[in-house]
Write a protein that binds this ligand. Structure first.
Ligand code: IVH
Length: 712
């Protein structure tokens, strides 16, 4: 029971001799202080009833004097009108993900790599719990909460400011002083386990669907269009870092940064510690594993981050994850159940994936009734049969898998699982390339399953981002023959009348769907390439291709040319290996990160007349992106050159310098070797400068770099 204190009682008295404006300010100040004590310091000084009384007094005054209402008033947590849909907003700095490790030895490898990159021995880390919730990016301008956004695809998220404001322990305004004029605070929104079960009970009693686990509940609650619903959900924020910031300094040490965020009123987990080296991290991990079950928040591992910002800058990133941090995940959870059936699912590229239909079992916080068996080799290796008792494993949000069979419990007369000779969906032949684990349906776009998956991929958030065209709708449209290829999506407006007749599909939802289809036409080359669903071309590779070649025509030309050369070499009866070797110097193969297999996939995609026709029709339907053509001829002149940055440059941040080099086609790496072309040294350079000098690598200052960048 919280005890009222003398300070609090004083706060509750109504002052009769002050102006409403002064009283409103006094009340806001007191309420903020109590919120902070309650939610951040966990040290309340006032009873709930007294707190409510303060809040009510403030609400009454604001109602009576609307001119005194302000966005950062504690009464403003709930009140925003329901949104129709969330706007997409760019993060000032991308929100990255983390690489994972699952063992002490993988942790040691990560630490070794970091040590090598920094040429340092023992590294200092900040160790944190990895909270299992939803990521949130909060922008504060002059200390006021300006915006809250979901992580989205890492560069753009959804504007959920109205919902973020309802999170109980999230400050609408920062405390104290010294914070940057602009700052993105990054954190995780979680739902306590106990309150999660209560929420599910409440939902069930209203006949609404339950959430499967606290993480889904947190993410789902954050994305409610009506902030009043979010306000009713038990959500809590824990800040774990800062993204972009301007006009103000932050401590170099991450650990100190977290303490500073706490001083500014942001809730930070009190499980955070500063540790030394991989052994310090491992020790922390063991401690957290032991405490895990007693915490009211779910954690799925620990995160170790190099403590010094300068060292982080030096290490940089690979693709979407930093080299200076890693998530150490708790082991997967396992449970025993029975296989009732094995079925084959057909994916976007025709790959047949065997799936075990299971007797439902509760594992890792969710009920699992399907588990992947990966491919035929895996089935044979594990000798999985229908009727078997199996161990099912689930790690975090990874798809559950059948780990192994309990052979002793196998019933009599079971048969090994065999690969179907025909596609279970379209009946086309199933083909298995010698030496490859994957079997594929040869039906291509004839196969409804492949069509569906290709369409789902095309509309997905990171591809063309067509909101409102979800999996269910695509499945129905494909079944009704409304959709065959992505081109048909852009002709859906012609079927407006037919769509309106559908059950549960009113004017408004049609309008929303058609306008998000229309909006998707303005895209980027990288998204478009990703959306095409070329085998093994993920988002990063698609963006790399886009920035390397700058135009679709250029990629297409290079790809078709590569395909023609393969065809020629095949005629000469060359083996696959010989072909890969012969084409090593081809433009396509000289593209960074593109090996023989990916090159082959790109070539065979663009060599297919059907695919080229789909592309032409999409362009004819006005799908377009800003041209990057000038970039290639003029600015790609540093292609193939490797740079290492050390020390701080007078005018450019490290990220800016890196971006400029990359825009000109260069690559920035973290350690100096004889292969490095240039070392760019600023003030206080590290040992990298000495190494560059020793190896005879050209050293540039900022002016030298600027001259090189301009010199095309
Ligand atoms: S740091 C570049 N710290 O885990 C660093 N992330 O893949 C990016 N998460 O969705 C994240 N607890 O929201 C960081 N203490 C913690 C975290 C944490 C949970 C989430 C994060 C992101 C995912 C990282």
């Amino acid at each position: 029971m919280r005890q009222p204190s003398s300070i609090a009682s004083k706060g509750c008295k109504r002052s009769t001799n002050v102006s409403p404006k002064t009283r409103v300010e006094q009340l806001r100040e007191q309420i903020r202080e109590h919120n902070h004590r309650y939610y951040v310091l966990d040290d309340p000084e006032i009873a709930d009833a007294e707190y409510d009384q303060l809040l009510r007094e403030l609400q009454e005054l604001e109602a009576k004097h609307p001119e005194l209402v302000s966005q950062d008033s504690p009464t403003m947590r709930v009140g925003a009108e329901p949104a129709k849909q969330f706007a997409s907003v760019a993060h000032a700095m991308p929100m990255l993900s983390l690489n994972n490790c699952f063992s002490e030895s993988e942790l040691a490898e990560f630490d070794q790599r970091a040590q090598k990159g920094l040429e340092t021995e023992t590294l200092t880390y900040t160790a944190e719990p990895k909270l299992d919730g939803a990521a949130l990016n909060l922008s504060y301008r002059n200390g006021q909460l300006e915006r809250g956004a979901t992580r989205g695809d890492g560069s753009h998220g959804e504007d959920i400011t109205g919902n973020a404001r309802t999170i109980r322990n999230l400050p609408l305004r920062l405390r104290g002083a010294g914070y940057p004029a602009f700052m993105e605070v990054r954190g995780e929104v979680v739902m306590p386990r106990s309150q999660f079960s209560e929420l599910n009970k409440r939902l069930a009693s209203k006949g609404e669907k339950n959430y499967v686990n606290p993480r889904n509940a947190a993410a789902g609650s954050l994305r409610q269009l009506d902030p009043k619903i979010t306000a009713d959900r038990p959500l809590y924020l824990y800040a774990y870092g800062v993204g972009a910031h301007a006009d103000g300094d932050l401590p170099d040490s991450h650990f100190e940064l977290l303490q500073t965020l706490r001083d500014w009123g942001l809730p930070v987990s009190d499980l955070v510690e500063r540790v030394q080296g991989a052994s310090g991290c491992q020790h922390y991990y063991e401690k957290m594993s032991a405490r895990r079950d007693e915490l009211d928040f779910e954690i799925d591992g620990c995160v170790y981050k190099i403590d010094s910002q300068a060292q982080r800058d030096e290490l940089g990133f690979v693709a979407r994850a930093p080299r200076w941090a890693i998530a150490h995940k708790f082991p997967a959870e396992e449970a025993t159940t029975k296989i009732e059936q094995v079925e084959f699912q057909v994916g976007r590229t025709g790959a047949l994936t065997p799936v075990a239909r299971l007797k439902p079992v509760f594992v890792g916080g969710v009920t699992v009734s399907n588990a992947t068996l990966h491919n035929m080799d895996e089935i044979q290796r594990k000798d999985v049969r229908v009727g078997d008792t199996v161990i099912v494993r689930r790690a975090g949000d990874v798809i559950p898998e059948v780990a192994r069979v309990v052979v002793g419990k196998r019933p009599e007369r079971t048969e090994p699982v065999t690969l179907p000779s025909h596609c279970p969906v379209c009946g086309s032949d199933v083909e298995r390339v010698q030496g490859e684990a994957v079997a594929r349906c040869t039906g291509g776009l004839i196969c409804a399953a492949q069509r569906k998956e290709a369409l789902k991929h095309f509309v997905s958030r990171r591809a063309m981002d067509i909101e409102g065209l979800g999996s269910k709708l695509i499945e129905q449209f494909v079944a009704e023959e409304l959709l065959h290829t992505p081109v048909d999506i852009y002709a859906l407006h012609e079927h407006r009348e037919q769509l309106i007749e559908r059950e549960g599909f009113g004017e408004q939802s049609i309008g929303n769907l058609l306008s998000s289809i229309e909006n998707s036409k303005q895209t980027t080359l990288g998204r478009f390439l990703f959306a095409l669903g070329i085998r093994e071309i993920g988002e990063t590779m698609a963006n790399d291709l886009a920035s390397h070649f700058s135009s679709l025509e250029a990629i297409q030309e290079v790809a078709v040319n590569y395909a023609e050369q393969i065809a020629e070499l095949l005629k000469q009866e060359k083996t696959a290996e010989e072909i890969d070797k012969a084409l090593k110097e081809d433009v396509l193969r000289q593209t960074p990160n593109i090996g023989p297999r990916v090159a082959r996939n790109i070539a065979s995609f663009f060599d297919d007349a059907g695919n080229r026709e789909v592309i032409q029709k999409l362009l004819a339907a006005d799908v377009e992106w800003p041209q990057e053509s000038s970039k290639k001829s003029a600015a790609q002149h540093l292609s193939g050159k490797t740079f290492v940055l050390t020390g701080s440059l007078p005018d450019w941040t490290r990220d800016e310098a890196k971006a400029r080099i990359e825009a000109a086609g260069g690559r920035v790496t973290s350690s100096v070797s004889s292969k490095t072309d240039y070392v760019v040294a600023g003030e206080a350079p590290g040992s990298k400068l000495a190494k560059a000098e020793r190896l005879g690598v050209t050293v540039l200052d900022q002016n030298g770099l600027a001259a090189l960048l301009a010199d095309d």
